[in-house]
Design a binder for this molecule. Structure first.
Ligand code: GLN
Length: 229
């Protein structure tokens, strides 16, 4: 299947290459690399990925300045047309700042940078990112962040839960996130933001505290869903 994915690089992104490598490993096709200062996206993208890192040095708030980058107008317009968007870690922060996803990512409870592999519980299994998982399944995926503490008001949290838009929760409290939320979907299920890094867990040979292959399944889910669409 032809699969055209684009990875955006902001000044300070540091997981953009890992994201491109993961997409290429799973799809067998090159991922397009897109600079944040571009005004337009390449035509015909099947997926837009916003990678992890420290865009603009995390000044002001993580993701706040990147959300103002020229390319984000095109990303918002593409998301509104239904183009799938995946934001990982700093990418999730950018998506909330751009209001493509509700809530905000605040400083971790405990104030420390957290870098370890965590257990996630799969909550949603009917989006293009999650349809290959089973409800309640446990995944092991690394986190690496200081601003992963998901906040939203209780009405928003109730709505997200009621509409099945929580993609993943931390199996154990991780960073203070409201209701242990690790990943959320947009109302149409085509934008996913998550703090854990699936692109760091794509190789079974690396099964250890540092890796595993559970992240690979998320990328496989996307390809399978697009192929059957
Ligand atoms: N790995 C990352 O993307 C880090 C995200 C963000 N800058 C933070 O530390 O919270």
């Amino acid at each position: 299947m032809a699969f055209r994915a684009g990875v955006i690089t902001f000044p300070g992104s540091n997981c953009d290459r890992d994201m491109a490598v993961a997409l290429e490993a799973v799809s067998g096709q090159p991922a397009l690399r897109i600079w944040h200062g571009d005004a337009d996206l390449p035509a015909g993208l099947d997926l837009i990925a916003l990678p992890g890192g420290f865009s603009y040095g995390d000044y002001l708030r993580s993701g706040a300045m990147a959300a103002m980058s020229p390319i984000m107008r095109a990303v918002v317009a593409a998301a509104e047309r239904g183009v799938p968007v995946l934001g990982v870690c700093n990418g999730f922060q950018v998506l909330t700042e751009a209001r493509l996803l509700p809530g905000a990512l605040m400083r971790n409870a405990g104030q420390r940078f957290i870098c370890r592999t965590v257990a996630l519980t799969v909550e949603n299994t009917n989006s293009l990112f999650t349809s290959g998982f089973t409800p309640g399944e446990s995944l092991r995926i690394p986190v690496a962040h200081h601003d992963g503490n998901f906040f939203a008001d209780n009405d928003t949290l109730d709505r997200l839960e009621g509409e099945g838009l929580i993609a993943f929760r931390y199996a154990e409290a991780c960073n203070g996130s409201a209701r242990d939320i690790a990943g959320v979907l947009s109302a149409n299920g085509r934008v996913l933001g998550m703090m854990p890094h699936p692109e760091r867990a794509i190789e079974p040979a690396a099964v250890s505290e540092l890796g595993g292959a559970d992240g690979r399944r998320l990328f496989e889910n996307i390809l399978a869903a697009l192929a059957s669409a």
